[in-house]
Design a protein around this ligand. Structure first.
Ligand code: HXC
Length: 258
């Protein structure tokens, strides 16, 4: 396992967990942390023993945004040449489901990162916001698009144009998060959800993730056609035979991912 500076990488059974570990800066996402996070997530994504990924911060902060000190004095040309935004595309290339376990501040790039995950489990103390307007900029890693799709235009406008934060309860009500748990147990709940998904038929999980993501990225007719092809394809897998036979024989299925 590489010697990381700003993250911790752990396995819990078939779940790969990445924890941000930059507490003094409220886990602000500097380029080292981002690079380390992707290295760790991609290593789990390649590991056949891992079925689901979780990313988390601390109780006080999931992440308070991109690191402002890293970009405060940058010119537009600096930003273009660094193109840190391109790194974010790696999130969409992960094949295994990724759950964000969010507590405390989840702001700016932190909120964009959580929304780029497949599911969010929030603690009661979680606060979601896109306060870039306070810095004279706008979200730059998907916030205007993903937040609008998740909570609708009026609320997204208020959050992005006027830096409104959402409580965990509001985030659940508006469909931004899957569930809210006490601060003491939110990570456990996220890990339990991840364990449950990791115990399922791996090829079906992989194609299911792809198919759901298609709903945001293609026209309906293309998404429906892709879904149907994936559904038919799964009939070439051992897991489909095993899953349906196990149902008929009234016994639990034993998945092999083949
Ligand atoms: C760098 C940060 C930081 C950030 C907090 N810190 N957020 N450092 N980048 N985004 C540092 C503070 O400077 C401080 O360091 C320490 O963390 C603790 O923060 P405080 O402000 O003292 O804590 P508190 O008073 O509790 O306020 C918490 C807070 C506030 C409300 C979260 O820190 C805040 O507003 N942070 C900025 C949030 C933000 O604007 N995020 C969007 C960033 S832009 P010291 O050394 O003083 O102790 C973005 C664009 C994404 O994300 C684009 C992606 C491509």
């Amino acid at each position: 396992m590489p010697d990381y500076q700003h993250i911790l990488s752990e396995t819990h059974g078939r779940v790969g967990l990445v924890r941000f570990n930059r507490p003094k800066a409220l886990n602000a996402l500097n380029s080292v942390l981002m690079e380390e996070m992707f290295m760790a997530l991609e290593a789990f994504d390649r590991d056949a023993e891992i079925g689901c990924l979780v990313v988390t911060g601390s109780e006080r902060a999931f992440a308070a945004g991109a690191d402002i000190t890293e970009m405060a004095e940058a010119s537009a040309v600096d930003m273009l040449l660094r193109d840190n935004g391109a790194r974010w595309d790696r999130l969409r290339r992960l094949k295994k489901p990724l759950i964000a376990a969010v507590s405390g501040f989840c702001l700016g790039g932190g909120c964009e990162l959580a929304m780029g995950c497949d599911m969010i489990v929030a603690s009661e103390s979680a606060r979601f916001g896109q306060p870039e307007i306070n810095l004279g900029v706008i979200p730059g890693a998907g916030g205007t698009q993903r937040l609008t799709r998740a909570v609708g235009k009026p609320l997204a406008m208020e959050m992005i144009l006027n830096a409104r934060f959402l409580t965990a309860e509001e985030a659940a009500r508006f469909g931004l998060v899957n569930r809210v748990a006490p601060v003491e147990t939110y990570l456990e709940e996220a890990l339990a959800l991840a364990q449950a998904i990791a115990a399922r038929a791996p090829l079906a999980v992989r194609l299911a993730k792809e198919a759901v993501n298609n709903a945001f990225e293609t026209y309906l007719a293309d998404g429906l056609a892709d879904e149907r092809r994936a559904f038919y394809f799964l009939f070439s897998t051992e897991d489909q035979k095993e899953g349906m036979r196990a149902f008929v024989e009234k016994r639990p299925a034993r998945w092999t991912g083949s």
